[in-house]
Design a protein around this ligand. Structure first.
Ligand code: AMP
Length: 514
């Protein structure tokens, strides 16, 4: 039996700093000590939680890490609840995961205690768990289930993605190797901790490597710039929307502050973008400001990270690189069955032509929690996970076209990638943000439709945008419909919620402009 190595590694780092948050500075020893108490409290005299689901909610920071480790060390499955979730979604998570214990930081007691009490579940405050005595903890085999993260597909309720300790270890190990994490690293994390990006890529990689994970409880561009300017960080990871907000903050600063911001940020060794498509316009602005070519990578809750631009060597804008160590990636042709609306798999996609991204490796999740049909559909018996994303392999590496279900627009018989149109429109000086969808249309079947947020003082409309984009996009890719909106609907990860954008256009009569 191989027990979870994360805790053994932590013991080696002893008094070194593990986590910094608004409450203080905490060593690896503190983390081991506090999580041991939490584990003993959760066990409550029992020997092993035996994969009981523990739903927990703590603000991003040391208490979050100690609670998560406590659940793991007691043999439980950690089910993080999102800080931003309203009561109905918290209830959904607790019920779907079939949690038997609910843990909350006192800040969230009011939100979680009633949920637990209504279901007669055990409820504990983190402060009570951390204040109790330590006690014997079970040996937890790496093959056991560790975590359930909820992920929303484009349709249906969120599904629980179950990963084992071995899966998490593999997801972490590949990034530690590829991005050369060392104990000398110091990352600033502003990502939410109910999602793979913040939990695995930022926090667990740091704690695995013996590095410092500094955590701000939420994203505030001024605060982030304060830390980037100091010049003592080595790593930063964020979603494209975050980089856009940081660019705006830099642009609104005076000359002297701008210089200090740029100087500090240039000292980091690596800045990463992912979880959503990075617009080349954002990459270029960030490069001008900080000197960094953002390293773009691609991954999913179900598989961890799969593709990455290189740490050394050329990072190709608009591309997400090549497979990470230990991850196999292939592209498989997809055919849309017009009758059923489902995609059927064909043979391997030729170089340069689009196909579904499929990934295999030790980081691939075990199953969708209590959804055997969904698991069977997505995960083949020989271990390939069908991502539902479409990409092509080009000289610069893999290029993501988007979700097969929503970003591949079949318009007048031609396939258009919403992502490609977004890339082009984003470079328009009058456009701050945009989202492209396929709206129902009598004539085109689906009409390429763009919702755009205009930059202050700029006016954009359908004709001016089409005129500007001609020559940059083939005629059938030019947006048929354009709506200027004040903001785009986004989820807590800063990703545009495409079904809501489509609803803007579908509410209009299909094809009214043609
Ligand atoms: P999540 O499971 O919430 O991390 O979402 C994963 C999805 O985000 C993927 O299936 C992709 O559709 C999208 N995604 C992640 N990274 C990228 C990227 N670099 N470019 C484009 N889409 C991405």
């Amino acid at each position: 039996m191989e027990t979870v190595p994360l805790f053994k590694l932590a013991a080696r780092h002893g008094g070194r700093t593990a986590v910094i948050d608004d409450g203080g500075v905490y060593s690896y020893r503190d983390l081991l000590e506090r999580s041991a108490r939490a584990g003993a409290g959760l066990l409550d005299g029992g020997g092993d939680l035996r994969e009981a689901r523990v739903a927990f909610l703590a603000p991003p920071g040391f208490d979050y890490a100690a609670a998560q480790w406590g659940i793991w060390r007691a043999g439980g499955i950690a089910v993080p609840v999102a800080v931003s979730h309203p009561r109905a979604e918290i209830e959904y998570t607790v019920d779907d995961a079939d949690a038997s214990i609910v843990v909350a930081h006192p800040q969230f007691e009011e939100r979680l205690r009633p949920v637990a009490e209504a279901r007669r579940l055990r409820f504990s405050l983190t402060t009570d768990l951390f204040g109790g005595p330590a006690g014997p903890l079970p040996n937890v085999d790496v093959r056991r289930a560790a975590m359930i993260l909820y992920t929303s597909g484009s349709t249906g309720r969120p599904k629980g993605v179950l990963t084992t300790h071995a899966n998490i270890q593999a997801q972490v190990a590949t990034l530690v190797e590829a991005w050369e994490w060392t104990p000398g690293d110091h990352i600033l994390n502003v990502l939410p901790l109910h999602h793979v990006h913040g939990i695995i890529n930022a926090m667990t990689c740091a704690l695995w490597a013996g590095a410092v994970c500094e955590i701000q409880p939420s994203f505030d561009p001024r605060r982030v710039w304060g830390r980037l300017s100091a010049g003592d960080l080595t790593l930063f990871m964020a979603v494209p929307t975050t980089y856009k907000a940081l660019i705006r903050e830099w642009e609104s600063a005076g000359v002297e502050r701008r210089q200090a911001m740029s100087r500090g940020a240039s000292k980091l060794r690596l800045m990463v973008s992912g979880s959503d498509a990075l617009m080349v316009s954002t990459l270029e602005k960030w490069k001008k400001i900080t000197g960094h070519t953002l390293l773009e990578r691609y991954g999913m809750t179900e598989i961890g990270m799969a593709l990455s631009n290189p740490l050394y060597g050329e990072r190709s804008p608009g591309h997400v690189g090549t497979p990470l160590p230990g991850v196999e990636v292939r592209l498989v042709e997809l055919e849309l069955d017009e009758e059923t609306g489902r995609h059927e798999h064909g043979g391997p996609a030729a170089r340069g032509t689009p196909g579904e991204v499929q990934a295999r490796g030790p980081g691939v999740f075990r199953e969708y929690w209590r959804r055997p049909d969904a698991t069977r559909e997505a995960l083949s018996s020989d271990g390939w996970f069908c991502s539902g994303d479409v990409a092509s392999l080009e000289d610069g590496g893999f290029r993501i076209w988007g979700r097969a279900s929503q970003d591949i627009i079949i318009t007048g018989g031609e396939n258009v990638s919403a992502r490609e149109v977004e890339q082009v429109l984003s470079a328009h000086p009058g456009i701050r943000a945009c989202a492209v969808v396929g709206a129902l249309d009598h004539y085109w079947g689906k009409a390429v439709s763009a919702a755009v947020v205009a930059e202050e003082g700029h006016e954009v409309n359908r004709e001016s945008l089409r005129d500007w984009a001609r020559g940059k996009l083939a005629p059938y890719k030019l947006p048929q419909r354009v709506r200027v909106v004040s903001e785009l609907p986004m989820n807590t990860m800063g990703k545009v919620v495409k079904p809501e954008v489509r609803a803007i256009f579908d509410a209009e009569s299909p094809g009214e402009e043609e």
